[in-house]
Design a binder for this molecule. Structure first.
Ligand code: PAF
Length: 282
C-alpha cells in the first residue's frame, strides 16, 4: 500500500493510473477505522480496480465546542487494517497540506442543511462539502463510497456532485451495526460501561417508529414523538432531535408517503450519536 501525505505524490500516482486506464474507488474517512469503514472499503473494491482511502480529521467541519482535539487518531492501526484489506493507496495529509491558509471558499447547500444535524452543528456541512470537493479534485476517483449512517452528509454530497458536475459516482453503503443495533461509529470509542448499553436506545427508538409506520401511522409528528419518547425512557440519553423527513429533500413530512427517513440525534453520557432508518411504506 502506498502511503501518500502530499497532494503532489497522490497526483503523480493518479496520472500513472490514468495512463493504465485503471479506475479508483475512494473511501473518504477521518480514521479510527472500524468494521463500518471496512465494509465501505469492500464495497469500493467491488466497483473499481483500486481502492484508495483518505484519513484526514478535517478541522473545518468541527464547531468550536466540538471534539476535534479529542477525536480518536490511530494512524498506525488504521494503516494495518487497510493494508490487510488490500487497499492500494492511503492518503493521509496534514492540516497544512489541505489548508495551507485558512479557507475562504464557502460551499453551502442551505436547503439540505437547515434541518437535522445542520440545525445543531452550524457550519458543519460547509466543512464537509469543502473537504470532500477538495478530496475529489486531488484524488479524482471514479467512484466514492460513503456510509448511510450519515444520511444528511451523503445527501449533501450527492447534490454537490450533481450541481457541480463532478465526474464521480457516489455510492451510499448500508450502516453496519453492533449486535444490539448500535450503529458503528468512531465516536462509540467514547462510550463506556452503562453508556455503551444505553446507546442502543437510538436504534430501538427508530425501530419502534418504523413499526408504528408499518402498522398504519402516517403522521410525521406522531412518528417523531415515538422516537422522542423511546429516547426519553433511557435516563442516560438526552434527545437532540427526532425527525421524519423526505428522503430527497430532507424536509419534515406532515404525512408520510411511500418513503421516509426516520432520523435521531441524542447525547448518551455526553457523547453525541446519530442514527437513521429509511423506511419504505408497504
Ligand atoms: O464521514 C466522515 O468521516 C467525514 O465527514 C468525511 C466524509 C470523511 C469528510 O471529512
Amino acid at each position: 500500500m502506498i502511503v501518500a501525505t502530499t497532494i503532489r505524490a497522490v497526483r503523480a500516482r493518479r496520472q500513472e493510473l490514468d495512463r493504465l486506464g485503471r479506475r479508483v474507488a475512494l473511501v473518504p474517512t477521518m480514521g479510527a477505522l472500524h468494521e463500518g469503514h471496512l465494509s465501505l472499503v469492500r464495497e469500493a473494491a467491488r466497483r473499481a480496480d483500486e481502492v484508495w482511502v483518505s484519513i484526514f480529521v478535517n478541522p473545518t467541519q468541527f464547531g468550536p465546542n466540538e471534539d476535534f482535539d479529542r477525536y480518536p487518531r490511530q494512524l498506525e492501526r488504521d494503516r494495518e487494517l487497510l493494508e490487510a484489506e488490500g487497499v492500494a493507496l492511503l492518503f493521509a495529509p496534514t492540516t497544512k497540506e489541505m489548508y495551507p491558509k485558512p479557507p475562504s471558499v464557502l460551499l453551502d447547500v442551505p436547503q439540505l442543511t437547515a434541518g437535522l444535524c445542520g440545525a445543531h452543528r452550524p457550519g458543519h456541512f460547509r466543512g464537509v462539502a469543502l473537504v470532500v470537493v477538495k478530496l475529489f479534485n486531488i484524488l479524482r476517483p471514479e467512484v466514492a463510497v460513503f456510509g448511510a449512517k450519515d444520511y444528511q452528509q451523503a445527501t449533501v454530497i450527492k447534490r454537490l456532485v450533481e450541481e457541480l458536475d463532478l465526474p464521480v459516482e457516489v455510492v451510499v453503503a448500508p450502516t453496519v451495526r453492533e449486535a444490539d443495533g448500535l450503529a458503528m461509529s468512531s465516536r462509540n470509542a467514547y462510550l463506556h460501561g452503562p453508556d455503551r448499553q444505553a446507546a442502543a436506545i437510538l436504534q430501538a427508538a427508530l425501530r419502534a417508529a418504523a413499526a408504528a409506520l408499518v402498522a398504519g401511522e402516517r403522521r410525521g409528528q406522531v412518528l417523531e414523538g415515538i422516537v422522542a419518547a423511546h429516547v426519553a425512557s433511557e435516563p442516560a440519553a438526552r434527545l437532540q432531535y427526532a425527525a421524519a423527513v423526505h428522503p430527497d429533500t430532507l424536509e419534515p413530512l406532515e404525512t408520510v408517503g411511500d418513503r421516509v427517513v426516520l432520523a435521531v440525534a441524542a447525547f448518551v453520557g455526553g457523547v453525541r450519536l446519530i442514527d437513521n432508518l429509511v423506511v419504505e411504506v408497504p
